[in-house]
Design a binder for this molecule. Sequence first.
Ligand code: IMP
Length: 193
Amino acid sequence: MTEKKDIFFITGNTHKFAEVLDLFKQANLSYDLKQLDLKPIEIQADSIAKVALYKLESMKDQVIGSYFVEDAGLFVDYPLKGFPGVYSSYVFKTIGNEGILQLIKDFKNSIAHFSSCIALYHDSSDKSLVFTGRVDGKISPKIKGTHGFGYDPIFIPNERPKKTFGELSKKEKNKISHRGRALTKLIEFIKYE
Ligand code: IMP
């Protein structure tokens, strides 16, 4: 058996790492996933792809081998026209889930999605690649569930319309989530190495 190579996921978010590790384990790859808690430069831009690619570039001199970063956001398409989107991190730290619910409390319905963008530096081909994933749903009228992190307790995915992400197990969330979908594409790319 050939020895496994390392691939690094640069993140300080242990929840994200745990989700990604779960999918890696199921895929039985020739890579070992390792967490690197470095602090990439995070710019404010008009798309999460730009943020992720900038993060990736900012780490080039600090990592040896293949590595990836991920950027995600919650977009409340109705009634908030996509807010918080690229401001998701700041909005979560300031007004949080209660604040989002407060902003939409006078509306009967909502339409929302999460997007994830993974930017990978692939060492053997010396290429940078982007993988994206999206999950559609709505905002729960109440905060529900204790699993996951961030906006999970207020997001109801269309595929599981009775539960928030906060009420799903890691495995269940991974099957349908924005990050799970982006990562499945990355895994497909490195699977045959
Ligand atoms: P970032 O990708 O870590 O910059 O995430 C931006 C914001 O969205 C942070 O406040 C995260 O907590 C939140 N977020 C990112 N991914 C998820 C998720 O899968 N579920 C819930 N919140 C998330």
